[in-house]
Design a binder for this molecule. Structure first.
Ligand code: SAH
Ligand code: SF4
Length: 361
């Protein structure tokens, strides 16, 4: 990484980038007893420590050595915005190389869900997505992915929410394509679900993908219960090629075969995301095509009224067309939900995140 604005000298090991075994190995090389890794992971992921000085059951020399050799935090919040209804909070973070990412926290019923990024920008260029329009810069590290969750967990804890489980759900639906940064994404999932780590149930995590077939097949072999969401948006190759250009490489027959395989391996229902775009993919006939494509698959469709993206030609479908589309899906008994989009007023809705400076407040 290039030296950035972060004053910490580079060369220090970001602690959150280490797996439990790697941390164990580091501590063993320092001559520390085996239980230290448990203690440190407890401070990092359960007590949500923001500073080594908080780790009061570690000897002072170890705390000092950790502070010299490792980094506990690698990103700084540059600004936060809260939606008018107060349910959605978006944070812009500066990374150590001065790149920026955005992450979102949503409160909904009893849930506190973080929507996290896996890349700076995104290489796939879906035509209606603000992240895709800003291009691709780099992958995030495992620690940078997990740190977004810890940031919000600490914030909730400081606000006096239930301390041991402030975050109830994590969705990989922020900037970037998780399955194009597979190793880091998977390590982050393992840390978040590790019983000595953040200890979140796998069923409380959802990975969303644009449809990278090799990644979906790889995920199917992990033997996990995490949720999978596919950003579909069109039920024919002709239209999907246009809206989601990676479809030219992984056309619908291959994508659907991978989805069927995923359901067979995991027995978990897949979600399909379908952003309704006025006059493009929102006719009753297109709803019938979608029903045919998904026929017989254990799945659920999330209908999302398109979130407006500046300078985009694409507009959200009007309510009448949305309801007619949904009625057609219902007629064909396709399980679906019409999502109430939240946070669009602060550009925190699906597909609205981008790498740019933003005003605070
Ligand atoms: N790259 C992954 C993860 C990002 S998730 C993926 O594409 O699945 C972001 C979700 O918001 C995806 O389902 C994406 O297709 C959707 N999206 C993108 N732009 C949108 C917009 N303008 N309005 C509504 N949804 C959008
Ligand atoms: Fe990338 Fe997903 Fe946006 Fe497509 S929808 S450009 S894959 S972040």
């Amino acid at each position: 990484m290039r030296p950035g604005r972060n004053p910490e000298p580079l060369g220090k090991t970001p602690l959150l980038d280490l797996t439990y075994e790697q941390l164990n190995g580091l501590l063993a090389s320092w001559g520390e007893p085996a239980y230290r890794a448990d203690q440190i992971w407890g401070w990092l992921y359960r007590s949500l420590a923001a500073d080594f000085e908080e780790m009061t059951n570690l000897p002072r020399e170890l705390r000092e050595r950790l502070a010299e050799a490792t980094l506990l935090r690698t990103m700084e919040p540059l600004g936060e915005r809260v939606s008018a209804d107060g349910f959605t909070r978006k944070v812009l973070f500066a990374l150590r190389d001065d790149q920026t990412i955005e992450s979102v926290l949503m409160h909904y019923e009893q849930r506190h869900t973080t929507c996290i990024s896996t890349q700076v920008g995104c290489p796939f260029g879906c035509v209606f997505c603000a992240t895709g329009q800003s291009g691709f810069v780099r992958n995030l590290t495992p620690g940078e992915i997990v740190e977004q969750v810890l940031y919000f967990a600490r914030q909730l804890k400081d606000q006096g929410r239930r301390t041991n489980r402030p975050i109830t759900n994590v969705v990989f639906m922020g900037m970037g394509e998780p399955l194009a940064n597979y190793e880091a994404t998977w390590q982050a999932v393992e840390t978040l679900t590790h019983h000595e780590g953040f200890n979140l149930g796998a069923r409380r995590i959802t990975i969303s993908t644009v449809g990278l077939v090799t990644g979906i097949r790889r995920l199917a072999e992990e033997g996990t219960q995490i949720g999978l969401a596919i950003s579909l948006h069109a039920a024919t190759d002709e239209l999907r090629d246009e809206l989601v250009p990676i479809n030219r490489r992984y056309p619908l027959t291959h994508l659907m075969a991978a989805c069927r395989h995923y359901v067979e391996r995991t027995r978990r229902r897949i979600s399909f995301e379908y952003a309704l775009i006025h006059g493009i993919n929102d006719s009753p006939e297109q709803a019938r095509q979608l029903a045919r494509l998904l026929d017989g698959l254990l799945c659920h469709v999330n209908l999302i009224p398109l979130n407006p993206v500046p300078e985009s030609l694409y507009q959200p479908s009007p309510q009448g067309r949305i309801l007619a589309f949904q009625a057609e899906l219902n007629r064909w008994k396709v399980s679906n939900t019409l999502r109430v989009e939240r946070g669009a007023d602060i550009q925190a809705g699906c597909g609205q995140l981008r790498c740019q400076r933003m005003p605070t407040g």
